[in-house]
Design a protein around this ligand. Structure first.
Ligand code: MGD
Ligand code: MGD
Ligand code: SF4
Ligand code: MO
Length: 635
């Protein structure tokens, strides 16, 4: 038996933690945190280490399968790709190329070849409707940054290692390691910050795993009210201390900002947010007077009703307290190679007039409209390819989406597992898992606290008939008679061409990375000084403090405030909760993960509400139906 070790990295979430794979006769036996990885430095979580179980899981998809009247039938890749191409051709001929669409799920972001090959095949087919999971969790941030900074790629990161005060809103770093920031041992980092004396607040409706004596306290907020809390913080800063000179120096229309916050004093928002005015004032004061203060807002707010306005106010809070682009404040991340900074005028082209209203593709179509595009569009989607996603569970409105998926003429799901969406697929195609493919980390450009690019070889040969996604797209394109990466003289270089080009902009070549022991290249960490001179993309070089594009949203904001004010005192709301053993909808059936609370589907209720509702620990809640119109809960 020959045993060897291969350095690789995890492609499940933002930090891309370094891993060491122990191989035995070419089989993946064990994954361990890589102590010598310069960024993750020996950190990896349960999910990353369970990659071995995923690689060997008996439930995996192993062969292309076609759905027939009496169940799934195994087919060869040749037949599967030829038949899918034939169906696509027939649908395009009958209903036009826009009747073909695709959905890219979350793991596609951590799989370099999907992003560089799939949109290309769609374009060549003449199809333009592309949906992605990013519109469920972070589209608000791209939209807000475009409005405020003139570019969707600028997201100043909290300088956790140097900050004196940190506001963490709608995020649970200990469990999730956050989103839109790459910081491997995020929980240790906030523990270290707190030990240095930094003040940390967790703004959350729930007391999470991240808060506590080691880190900081929870500021308990009612769900979906953060926009008012943020407005009140800015109001309180203005009233007690005044805005920092940076606001007038770097901001346009500060008056517009003041007129927005005027409706939301700490006293006015206190009941709606469930936070007393004095607490809001003291956070505002501590934040504004700290030598340096920073903030991170995440999916708990992104996925609420007013995530875009809230993200605008996050930037405003930093600006008016002088914490934008300063050490210990919020600083644009650096990149190993530059992320293209598109300007606001170019982005204007991405605004489309659709039959469902005016919208911006940020950068893809909103997943929440997928069912409408299938069921109601004038030129409806008839064929859908889903890669690395489970839209049926991850997009709100599952019942209608199920009807929509069932009505399709062609649904192709490319995944490592059968999932809820693939139950309705005509074809289910097995992809390789992360350790069965060569890769490079491309997501999170400009959002890494310690910027690094990491190339990894394929660790283990793909088992059964699993294939990489780019190969599957290329085979389908081939069968459609479209140019693709496989039918060029140098297929290997052709599929890497775009990535090689991007790397070259940072003065790096893939060959150089491959020759490094860990396939790594690094850039300098967070340093202030680039926001105004390089990153900001507004025409006048100023931050837009009251973007006109938000006019309608600010009026709606006031209406929602009225609605919330009228809510009964005991209104219950369901909020999302992640745990260490699940990743969105997957990992669920892995025996190593299906332990303890994960054996069931736990619902957490605050002790006060549980007592009122006579719910006991471990009891069963069968169904809770919320009747919005009756404002009543029925069991
Ligand atoms: N109910 C619910 N809804 C949610 C969330 C939630 O936690 N619960 N989370 C929200 C968030 S933050 C997001 S980002 C979205 C996510 O939305 P989606 O991406 O649509 O959903 P996931 O559950 O992440 O599904 C990922 C799928 O990719 C597969 N997969 C894993 N690795 C690979 C791979 O290497 N190749 C291929 N081809 N497939 C792979 C998994 O088996 C799984 O089926 O959902 C949002 N909506
Ligand atoms: N273990 C694990 N890790 C993950 C994932 C996973 O499913 N499991 N998913 C990955 C993905 S795709 C993403 S995008 C990131 C997400 O990473 P985070 O954005 O940090 O997501 P969560 O851990 O769900 O934290 C969101 C918090 O918001 C709170 N919240 C809910 N509603 C509100 C509200 O209205 N206001 C406020 N202020 N807070 C609210 C919730 O209680 C929760 O603690 O995690 C990634 N990492
Ligand atoms: S934190 Fe994310 S990237 Fe790191 S090991 Fe866990 S799942 Fe993988
Ligand atoms: Mo996400």
């Amino acid at each position: 038996m020959t045993t060897n070790h291969i350095a690789t990295y995890c492609r499940v979430c933002e930090p891309a933690c370094g891993l060491i794979a122990t191989m035995s006769d070419g089989s993946l036996e064990k994954l361990q945190p890589d102590r010598d990885h310069p960024v993750s430095r020996g950190f990896a979580c349960t999910k990353g280490l369970a990659g071995v179980d995923i690689n060997k899981d008996e439930d995996r998809l192993n062969y292309p399968m076609r759905r027939e009247a009496d169940g799934l039938v195994r087919v060869s890749w040749d037949d599967a790709t030829a038949e899918i191409a034939e169906r696509l051709q027939a649908i395009v001929a009958r209903s036009g190329s826009d009747s073909v669409a695709a959905y890219m799920g979350n793991p596609a972001s951590f799989n370099a070849m999907v992003g560089v090959t799939m949109p290309d095949v769609l374009t060549k087919l003449g199809a333009s409707r592309l949906f992605s999971a990013g519109t469920q969790d972070t589209a608000n941030k791209f939209a807000a940054s475009t409005a405020v900074f003139g570019t969707p790629t600028l997201h100043p990161l909290p300088d956790v290692r140097n900050t004196d005060a940190l506001l963490l809103i709608g995020s649970n770093w200990r469990v999730s390691k956050a989103s839109m920031i790459s910081l491997p041992n995020a929980y240790r980092e906030i523990g270290d910050a707190s030990a240095r004396g930094a003040k940390i607040w967790f703004v959350n409706p729930r007391d999470t795993e991240s808060s506590g004596p080691r880190t900081g306290e929870t500021v308990s907020i009612k769900p979906d009210t953060d926009v008012y809390f943020l407005a009140a913080l800015i109001f309180a800063v203005d009233r007690a201390i005044g805005f920092h000179p940076d606001a007038e120096k770097h901001g346009r229309n500060v008056r517009g900002l003041r007129s927005f916050i005027a409706d939301y004093s700490p006293e006015q928002v206190s009941d709606v947010c469930g936070i007393d005015a004095a607490t809001i004032e003291s956070i505002a004061r501590d934040f504004a007077t700290a030598p340096a203060a920073s903030v991170h807002m995440s999916t708990g707010v992104n996925m609420g009703r007013q995530g875009t306005l809230a993200y605008w106010l996050v930037q405003m809070l930093c600006l008016v307290t002088g914490n934008l682009d300063v050490r210990g404040g919020n600083i644009p991340g650096r990149e190993v190679y530059p992320a293209g900074a598109r300007s606001r005028s170019v982005l204007a082209d991405q605004i489309i007039e659709s039959e469902f209203g005016t919208m911006r593709q940020v950068p893809h179509l909103p997943g929440v409209l997928l069912a409408d595009y299938i069921l109601d569009a004038e030129n409806p989607i008839r064929a859908l390819v889903v890669v690395a996603g489970n839209p049926l569970l991850s997009i709100p409105g599952g019942d209608r989406l199920r009807d929509a998926l069932q009505s399709l003429e062609l649904l192709v799901v490319i995944d490592i597992y059968p999932n809820a969406t693939s139950r309705y697929a005509h074809w289910t195609l097995p992809s390789t898992d992360q350790f069965e493919r060569e890769d490079i980390n491309m997501a999170l450009l400009g959002m890494q606290v310690d910027p690094f690019v990491n190339w990894t070889p394929r660790v283990v040969e793909p088992a059964f008939e699993r294939r990489e996604e780019w190969w599957i797209f290329a085979r389908i394109a081939d069968a459609l008679g479209l140019p693709n990466h496989l039918n060029t003289p140098e297929p290997e270089n052709a599929r890497w061409a775009r990535i090689d080009h991007m790397l070259s902009k940072g003065g790096i070549s893939r060959q150089e990375l491959v020759s490094q022991p860990r396939g790594l290249a690094m850039a300098r960490g967070l340093e202030p000084g680039t926001l105004y001179s390089e990153k900001l993309q507004t025409d006048d070089g100023l931050i837009d403090c009251r973007p006109a594009v938000f006019d309608e949203a600010t009026i709606r904001c006031l209406h929602i405030f009225g609605e919330l004010e009228r809510e009964p005192a005991h209104q219950l709301k369901l909020i999302s909760r992640r745990d260490q053993k699940m990743h969105n909808s997957w990992y669920a059936n892995l025996p190593a993960m299906k332990k303890g609370a994960r054996e069931a589907n736990p619902l957490a209720v605050s002790p006060r509400d549980a007592e009122r509702l006579k719910l006991t620990d471990g009891g069963k809640v069968l169904a809770w139906i919320f009747r919005a119109e009756a404002r009543k809960m029925v069991c």
